[in-house]
Every structure is written in C-alpha cells, then in structure tokens.
Design a binder for this molecule. Sequence first.
Ligand SMILES: [Mn+2]
Length: 397
Amino acid sequence: MKIAIVSDLHIGYDRFRKDAHAQAAEALTMAAERADAIIIPGDIFDTRFPKPDVIAEAILIFKELLQREFGAKIIDFKGDGRVYTDKPVLAIPGTHERRTSDTEDPVDLLNLTSLLADIGMGVAVIEKDGERVAVTGISGVVEERFGEALKEHASSVVDGAFNILMFHQSLYELLPFNDSFLRMNELPEGFDLYVNGHIHSKVESTVHGKPFLIPGSTVLTQLKDGEIERKGFFVYDTKTNSYEFVHINSRSFESVKVDVDSSEEGTLLRRIEERINEAVSKHGQGCIIRIEINGNDRSVKRMGIEMQEIAKRYKDHAVIEIAKKGFENVSDDSKRAEIYSDISNISVKDLGIGILVEELKKSGYDLAIGPAELFELLSSGEKKDKVIAKIMNDLLS
Ligand SMILES: [Mn+2]
C-alpha cells in the first residue's frame, strides 16, 4: 500500500495565507494521485480558533480531495470518539490545534463533517486488496504528557498489519534543549514506521531499526535555515519498504548572512543588493530572502535601518525578512546562547516553554501541574482565571 504523509499545512497562516492555502491544496491533491491513503500528523490549521473563512478554506480543500478515488479504505477504528468516513484520510490534531481537554478542536469539526478521520488517541485500520495498515494516532499533547499518552494509547500493535505510529511532538535528539522531551529510543517498539509532525523541516531517521519520517510543513513559517529545502511530502510503499519525497511548488526561500563588523557599510550594502538580485533571478519574483545581520549591537541597529530601505525598494520583487542576531552578544549565559544558535527549527512557543521550564525548575517549582502544561493553559486563552486561582491556592496553602 502507498501511504502519503503530508504534515503541518497551517491553513490560515496569516503571513503567507495564500501560500498556506495553495500549497496545502497542491500537496493533498498530489498525494491523492500518488498514494492509496493520506496520513496527516497534525497542524492542518494554524490556530486553535480558526475564523470561519479559514475553516471554509479547509472544508473546500478536503471536499475536493474526497472527490478522488482512493485505493484503500478505513475498515476499523478504535479509540477516543468515532470516525464518520471510510475514506482513508487520517489526521491527528497538532500543537497548533490543541485545546484543553473536553473541548472541540478544529480537526474535530472536519471529523464530524466526514471530511477526514480524526484518529487522535486511537487506531484506524485501512485495507487495500487484503493488505492491512494500522495507524495509531497520538494527538499532540504537552511534552511532559507524551510518555504517558504513548503508554496509554500506543502500547500494542495490530497483528497481521503494517503498523504506523503517528504523533506530533518534539523529540530530544531533534530539539536538544529541554529535558522533558522524549528520547527517540523511548518511543514504543513494534511499529513498522514512525511518523511525526511538528518540526517544519524534513527529517529522515530510524527508530528501533525502523524508518522515522517527518515531512516538514507544506508552507514556510519559521524562515530558519532548516526550511530552505523545497517543501513536499513523503510517499511510503509498505510492500517495498521504500519511500520518496515529492516536491510541491512552494515559495523559494534563501538565507543570506552578513557580518557588519567585517567590512565597510557601503560595500556591505552593495553586496547585499547583489545577493538579493541573484536570488530573485535564480528563484523568480516573490521569493523570500532572509537577511541575517550579525555584529555588535550598534552596527546591527544601524544596518537594520538601512536594510528596511532596501526591503522597501525590493518589495515588488521579493519578500525580505531581516533578522538581527544581536542577542547572542546580550547574554553571557553560555547555555542560553548555545540554545539560540544550535536550534534552527524551534518555534517561539517551544522556546518559551523551554525557558519557563528552566526558570521554574530553578525556583523550586513543584506544583502538581507540570510547567509545560501550565504554559499551555496560560497561553490557551481559556480557563486562565481557574489556573491562576489554582496556583495561588497551591502557593498559599
Ligand atoms: Mn506546525
């Protein structure tokens, strides 16, 4: 059976809204042409509360997708909730869709309307010509609860089937900055293929001797070096145990690094313009060029102003993103500097959780609610008063 793995579509992503839509639609359409089933390891939507027009966008994409004939169909599902379709488009909610327990997330809505099967915290079995593939789905959870969720929901595999474990988490080997992240060898054994979302660049590795794949997002979001490669998705063939990466038409992205202290400003500006022109002629109009300015704080600041001018001048030709890398000089906390410079694919949210966890540990925080969960609750926009009341209560009692 051929299984397409398409991840992190981020439909509704504000900055590149059209890209997010077009690239999600293209990836899913191409996936349906090449595979018997599609699995989506999280972040179909960019937010927990997408606006109705964003939900409509997603509905139209999936409605269109379901017009196609799929080689496989869902023959069984066991787990939380239920699925309403036998079409083999299987998804789990990711971190961007995650809400506190007992609330509906936007992936539930697509599930309820039969546009896909939400298999978060469940196992779906799909079949084609007698061949069975079982997909165990673990919804994105706060990192410190991931181990628990695996024990509860991924402790066994389906006999006589090709077993896939699909989740949406950080893993320590990929983002080595937070002790609460699971190690790859802590993932349960017995699966034939491990599929993860969450990380927006492509990863190909192995776990317990079996393939471990992350296709990365279909749209550029973080503009980090890890996202330079063209976007796409995997197609895994369970018969041959081989896979290919299929590229989509994603917006081109190039990263240019400049060191302001190493040369004259005038020369440097000319060189930057040359690089922009080169990138535009190589990738065509509309490409994204990220210019990273390194150097001491004062020259970085001055250069930043000059760069705004350049960005304005080129705005019809390219999307120019200016990144000032002054912060490494600001902090002499070597560990923190290491975290910033080593992690090229970390989201601001994950970074925030990491910092909160570290700081709380230092202060001797030991409340029942874990730091990552606390961050989640405080940033969810829900139940904030309750969380604060609980913390106050714990602190004062
Ligand atoms: Mn994502």
